[in-house]
Design a protein around this ligand. Sequence first.
Ligand code: TTP
Ligand code: MG
Length: 606
Amino acid sequence: MDDRNMESSCSTCNEIDGEHFKSIIHIDLDCFYAQVEMVRNPELRDVPLGIQQKNIVVTSNYEARNYGVSKCMLVTDALKVCPNLKLVNGEDLHSYRTASGKVFLVLQGWRCPVEKLGMDENFIDVTSLVEEKLKNANLNDLIVMGQLYSEPSAECPCGCHNRLKIASQIANEMRKKIYDELGYTTCAGIAHNKLLAKLICPLHKPNNQTTIFPQHGANYMSTLTSVRSIPSIGSKTMEALISQKIISVSDLQEAPLEILKKHFSSDMAVRLKSLSLGEDNTPVKQSGKPQSIGLEDSFKTVSVKSEVEDKFSALLQRLLVLVREDGRIPVSVRVTLRKKDAKRLSSHRESRQSQISPSIFTLSSGVLTVTEAGQQKLMAIIMRLFTKLVDLSKPFHLTLVGLAFTKFQERMTGRSSIVNYLMNDISVQSVLNLQNDGDASITSMDYSAASPSSSTTTDLSDAEIEPSPKKPKKVNWIAKKRCLAKEEVASPSKLKVGELRLNSKELEKVSELRLNSRDRSLTPRASPAKDNFSDASDSMKDLEDGACNDCPSYVDKEVFSALPDDMQQELKSMWKNPTSSEKTRSSPRKNKSKPNSIMKYFVPQK
Ligand code: TTP
Ligand code: MG
């Protein structure tokens, strides 16, 4: 009997409807870098095309794949199988990043959570949209758009088949829009969870989509020949599984839980088992700006300090361009090395990170810049981290160096700037990246490319050299309200009443960003910028519930709550006196008696 026809029982669907109620789409761009080049230059469309980085073809179009050119092939080998292969240098990632951002924007048009994975993949949770569409759908007319992994012998009582049929139609619309607006073809996977949506996506590539019903999840998983196909199983977990002769996903399905528990924690053993059966309940997390911005350079071997310095210097130059485009001010830098271990004939990664002073960066006419002296400071920190990772008194062999800015301050306009207070994203979008990238735990699904064993250490000693930004009490409180308690809050400036010296640009920014209350609703998620900060939305709700019930409608209540108590009192008493309040609102800059009164910043934009 065909494996695909062996459905798992669905008689308990209603009891476990928590497992089937979601509808997830995974979209992957076909031969991504190659398509970007082909859209840019139509002459490349009908020729076999390879994208070259160093001596490797990182991807190729499907024309070239027909000749046997595969991803990550050596250029020399690719030219052997396809002598007329057209090669385009793909080392400058700028246009790929731009294309990736545009696809993300198109997908956001459906107003569902979109989680970006790498540059050319996105998960979209269309559960709510499907529920909406289901209300008006004629169930007899529903069909699966694109391919279906396997015909079901019976309807699932929980209704997931109809939901996934609608999801397949939404996926089709999304793919069509990406093609119509940007010219890129894509593949999609449609399933009730992220795991199956991602894994089923490439089944009919290119330019096609595949839906899988929950009952066939375990069957499909059993066709995967390596446990490594499962996202979040990295090299260490795979090694441990192989040592138990668990190689394919079906081996994992059959492995007794007790055996797994001997080699992994109990939670992890259970999780491995669930994954092998196609079960996964990780949520689609709305993506915002990347948590870190980094670049790596790999090579055969480097064993001399000055060469390492040159590599880092080149990386830093390129990284600063990316940071400028991003616009956030970095407050932490991470150095990564891949060391060749001659004895074990293997290599491993090590990282170390350090705080950096935001003052290294300057904002000039809205553009982030670093002076020559600032760059020297950064290089000094980078080389100091390097010497902590490598014992220079002994020979060393590196095969990769990497540099990343790992934490950011959203905006910084001056040490004592009120701007830092009067913005909702007042402190930092920061993430501490201290866990092993690969295999330490799989309690939450990590869909990012699994990296080889690696470790990152935060270098606290460097924090002394580059002083740690202070954490004012008030801002820490706001961070807590936003459920950022575990994250670090870095260097928002402290507001003192006597230090209110806004220059005109800051004032403009404040007015523009925070005080245009006529255009803003105070409901959570009203502002598009908020979509990246779902935790912030919650905090906003809390604040709205209590802190400033007497505030006039044009006042941002979260901003109000962030002000020192005495300032809040000053404002409240003014609002209680309509005459003075109105005067201040209509003519804030003419308030001669209190030139720096906070009142003038609470003026709706005209
Ligand atoms: P993939 O999605 O793996 O490949 P792809 O989009 O080129 O092809 P497919 O049609 O099979 O999805 O990777 C996305 C891009 O990432 C790819 O175009 C080039 C780049 N890339 C690298 O830089 N290094 C690599 O090792 C791989 C696999 C991809
Ligand atoms: Mg792709």
